[in-house]
Design a protein. Structure first.
Length: 324
């Protein structure tokens, strides 16, 4: 509860200049749309119009204040995260450290709409695990109202029924290799088709905005560590196999980020569930070594956070905007 409250303050009271320009851009669209009628909003904004309708609706209730909107979004996001961790995490402290250090928290400040969509997919994990298809579909569809790429998360349901045996793992590994070798051709075809669904894909250029291999290497290291204890984790609860499937899907999409950087956004819908998988892996390590592994992992993650990762992001509160 205290950790969530601190993150709400950091996220909700941030300056519009923190991180990328997404928060600033959305602040401009906020002040545009709150002065429109709902019909004008639907006529003006081509994609994810429900986000702008939400802006207008909240402004009608609370008054025209973009920072209050950010606080409300932060409360919603952290409430969804807190509920997920309360229900599913075997060690919420480790989950929070993974959440911070791997950039999921900073990402929801930079990607406002996708952050809202990811909040819904985090909730959708619970009905996914419990085979509640109707609730799973409802939550994913609600998330897609804020960011249409959220619909990719629908593949998690049918794939959650696949058993992760040796053949399946080899197949997934083969898909990753194919993505690395032929990702350019795959994404050329994907971008062409996706542009018909979402106009922003039309502006994506292969190799024009790409990421390095660092994110993929990180996920592969986590996968190696997690799969080493795979049998023990599954013996404890077979439904946790879904978390391994999520990690594999995250790796597949992350492998395409070396061609189009935006693919890392798709990857995040899946690899965010590392916040649940890593604590479960640590839980099955034999007692003499469990504390050493847990402390060692947390220390490494925090070192990465403060010196290499999201912890290096310049931050200031919104009331300091006048001096920037």
């Amino acid at each position: 509860m205290v950790s969530s409250a601190i993150l709400v303050i950091i996220s909700g009271f941030r300056s519009i200049w923190v991180g990328t320009d997404d928060t600033f851009v959305y602040s401009q669209s906020y002040y545009d749309c709150v002065r429109m009628t709902y019909q004008q909003i639907m006529d003006t904004f081509e994609k994810d119009v429900f986000y702008y309708i939400t802006n207008h609706f909240i402004a009608d209730i609370t008054g025209e204040n973009y920072h209050l909107l950010l606080i409300i979004f932060a409360v919603f996001y952290m409430a969804c995260l807190g509920y997920l961790l309360k229900k599913e995490s075997s060690n919420p402290l480790v989950s929070f450290i993974v959440f911070l250090s791997m950039g999921y928290f900073s990402f929801q400040m930079n990607g406002v709409r996708q952050g809202l969509a990811m909040a819904f997919t985090m909730l959708a994990y619970i009905p996914l695990k419990n085979r509640n298809l109707k609730m799973f579909l409802l939550l994913v569809l609600l998330g897609s109202l804020y960011h249409r790429t959220c619909l990719i998360f629908l593949i998690a349901y049918p794939l959650s029924f696949f058993k992760l045996n040796k053949k399946a793992i080899v197949m997934y590994a083969g898909i990753v290799v194919l993505c690395l070798l032929y990702g350019q051709s795959i994404l050329n075809a994907f971008v062409e088709e996706a542009a018909n669904f979402d106009s922003r894909f039309a502006g994506y250029q292969i190799y024009q905005a790409k990421l390095t291999y660092s994110g993929l290497i990180q996920l592969l290291l986590f996968a190696a560590f997690s799969f080493y204890y795979y049998r023990r984790v599954i013996e404890k609860d077979r439904r946790d196999m879904i978390l391994y499937t999520m990690l594999i899907l995250g790796i597949i999409f992350q492998s395409m980020a070396i061609f189009i950087a935006e693919m890392f956004r798709v990857s995040m819908f899946f690899n965010v569930f590392l916040i649940l998988l890593l604590p479960k892996v640590l839980d099955v390590i034999p007692t003499p070594n469990r504390k050493v592994y847990s402390i060692g992992l947390c220390v490494l993650l925090l070192i990465y956070f403060f010196f290499l990762g999201a912890g290096t992001l310049p931050y200031h509160f919104y009331w300091s905007d006048t001096i920037y």
